[in-house]
Design a protein around this ligand. Structure first.
Ligand SMILES: [Zn+2]
Length: 83
């Protein structure tokens, strides 16, 4: 089964803590390193509890998961850079 790689933040709502998907990096390949391009802070809204919070760049991390939902929209300020 193919696994997929994302950049995510963990929801700041203590009752939720769901991963918020920010960017879909495609099928997970351990030999490929993705370099994050992001501003110091971003706003992200949780699709589970619908709360929006500010997240620092350092809070963005990779996560392996299922294929993206059909309505997935990447965060407009998150991008990979070459290398
Ligand atoms: Zn949430």
């Amino acid at each position: 089964m193919t696994s997929y790689l994302y950049w995510v933040v963990d929801c700041k709502n203590p009752e939720c803590e769901s991963p918020i998907l920010l960017y879909f990096l495609g099928p997970h390949n351990p030999s490929v390193t993705h370099v994050l391009q992001a501003p110091d802070t971003i706003e992200a809204k949780c699709m589970s509890c619908r709360q929006a919070h500010t997240y620092r760049r350092a809070e963005i991390h990779t996560k392996i998961g299922s294929p993206p939902p059909a309505d997935f929209v990447p965060h407009p300020r998150i991008h990979p850079s070459a290398g």
